[in-house]
Design a protein around this ligand. Structure first.
Ligand code: ZN
Length: 369
């Protein structure tokens, strides 16, 4: 018999407060439900294609009371409850705004079935658009507490991080998030994932490089790298070059730092291999959103993890930097920037909320690398 999945799109369209800050480039703010509703719509289609039955517990744009949502799921004996959300920090775009995705289960359920379902969904979310992974978190939320079936709530980005806020309206991103949830749900229930609506695939370079570690050239060896992240949850350091929670051995806070040994690309995202004052070796994020390299003898062009070449790469460009871009956007690496490379760059820009011009300028470069 088909499993029944209850789908919850979070809020009503006009629920107070549930929106991004005002975005200058857009001339308005984005409502949380503009994202949640679309993802639930795509997820509903995908799950049906995979043979699931679905129950939309809040099918209108009104703010269906939470009790009505959970009662419906309980009365219908749903097998799982999935709530799609977008996170908020302090309601303003500040440099301290966190970013990234997290999965939420009820208190004590991290190591139970809900935690397993969350883990499966997280596995696929991590393969998609590059975002900080904040882990599986236990909360006393109504929809997690009052549901009688396994329940997972996902926060798929931060509305007060401008890059992630703009992703909310990107339909490739919405489809990708839905497809990743569907794949995780299929895996948890042992159902074959059928990709009928053919959403755009997640960036292939990340999927292919999954579980691989590539050393990247860097001029930063010997420099100090510090946390610039002021969030209360601190940054992780790991015993191995992975992004797996199992390899986390500790955390470090704002201003705490390490000495860089190597720059690595791990499952498509950058890490520094670092050592502490006693020479112990660990692995930390190299994202410039979270850490900053300090040091007198570091040339200023080394601010980017892979320094921006200084001029935009576009149709007609050639050379080593073009090859680097081609590897990143997964087209034939011939060092010559032709229409295929341009189109792949445009697709990449679209997926990442960048200006879509097919030209690799500093903004695109810094998201690519
Ligand atoms: Zn929400």
């Amino acid at each position: 018999m088909s499993k029944l999945i209850a789908l919850d799109d979070g809020h009503g369209m006009d629920t107070p407060g549930k929106r991004s800050p005002y975005i200058d480039s857009l001339g308005r703010s984005i409502k949380e439900n503009e994202f949640n509703r679309e993802v639930v719509k795509f997820l509903d289609q995908e799950l049906k294609q995979c043979g699931f039955d679905t129950l939309l517990v809040a099918p209108t744009d009104q703010d269906t009371p939470l009790t009505v949502r959970t009662n419906q799921a309980n009365q219908s004996n749903a097998d799982a409850y999935i709530a799609i959300h977008y996170n908020a920090f302090d309601g303003s775009f500040g440099s301290s705004s966190p970013s990234g995705i997290s999965l939420h289960v009820y208190n004590g359920h991290r190591n139970q079935e809900a935690g397993k379902l969350a883990e499966s969904i997280a596995k696929y979310l991590k393969l998609g658009t590059k975002q900080n992974y904040r882990g599986i978190i236990e909360n006393n939320f109504h929809v997690l507490r009052e549901t009688t079936m396994i329940a997972v709530l996902s926060e798929n980005g931060f509305m007060d991080n401008e890059r992630e806020a703009l992703l909310m309206l990107n339909s490739d991103f919405q489809r990708e998030v839905a497809s990743e949830h569907a794949q995780g749900i299929c895996e948890y229930f042992g159902v074959e994932y059928v990709n009928g609506s053919a959403p755009s695939p997640p960036p292939q370079n990340e999927a292919i490089e999954d579980s691989t570690v590539v050393e990247e050239p860097t001029s930063l060896t010997g420099a100090r790298v510090e946390s610039i992240y002021r969030g209360s949850d601190r940054l992780n350091f790991r015993s191995k070059a992975t992004w797996s929670d199992q390899d986390i051995v500790g955390t470090f806070g704002y201003g705490e730092g390490w000495i860089i040994r190597r720059l690595l690309k791990v499952e498509g995202s950058y890490q520094y291999e670092v050592k502490n004052s006693k020479g112990a070796v660990y692995y930390i994020t190299a994202s410039q959103r979270y850490v900053k390299v300090i040091g007198n003898n570091i040339p200023s062009s080394a601010d980017a993890i892979v320094p921006y070449p200084g001029k935009a790469l576009q149709l007609g460009s050639s050379g080593k930097d073009v090859q680097r871009v081609q590897r990143a956007v997964q087209v034939t690496v011939d060092g010559s920037y032709g229409p295929i490379t341009r189109d792949a760059v445009r697709a990449y820009q679209s997926r990442h909320g960048l200006q879509i011009d097919g030209i690799v300028g500093p903004n695109t470069w810094n998201v690519l690398f």
